[in-house]
Design a protein around this ligand. Structure first.
Ligand SMILES: [Zn+2]
Length: 117
């Protein structure tokens, strides 16, 4: 089976579910400053998802707010296991590829008054 759809940016692993949808595994920041990361697995068919935070993080004491080490492997393994299990059971179909579902929004601007009394 040939999957011609391009992988979204950031997808590190992809599982093909029995229904034809895919379960994408991505990394994401748990916190705004990036000190805590997590591995996410999201099903494109039924939108089921799991978030597995990376465990055993050691902060860098020289540079506060920077994480020296995080157990990425643990988060990845848990997300992969979930993705594998979900792919075996999920019968949701691959959604139709839609180029741009978001309607073009125009910011509402008040009409400019050229003449000021
Ligand atoms: Zn699913």
């Amino acid at each position: 089976m040939t999957q011609t759809t391009a992988w979204p940016v950031g997808v590190i692993a992809r599982y093909l579910a029995v229904g034809g949808a895919t379960v994408d595994i991505t990394h994401r920041d748990e916190t705004q400053d990036g000190t805590k990361k997590a591995t996410c697995a999201t099903c494109t068919g039924c939108r089921a998802a799991t978030v597995q935070p990376w465990a055993d993080s050691f902060p860098n004491y020289c540079r506060p707010g920077v994480t020296e080490f995080q157990n990425q492997d643990r988060g990845d393994r848990a997300a992969r296991a979930w993705a594998q299990k979900h792919a075996e059971t999920c019968r949701a179909l691959q959604p139709e590829p839609q180029a741009d579902t978001e309607p073009k929004r125009r910011p509402w601007l008040p009409t400019r008054r050229t003449k000021v009394a």
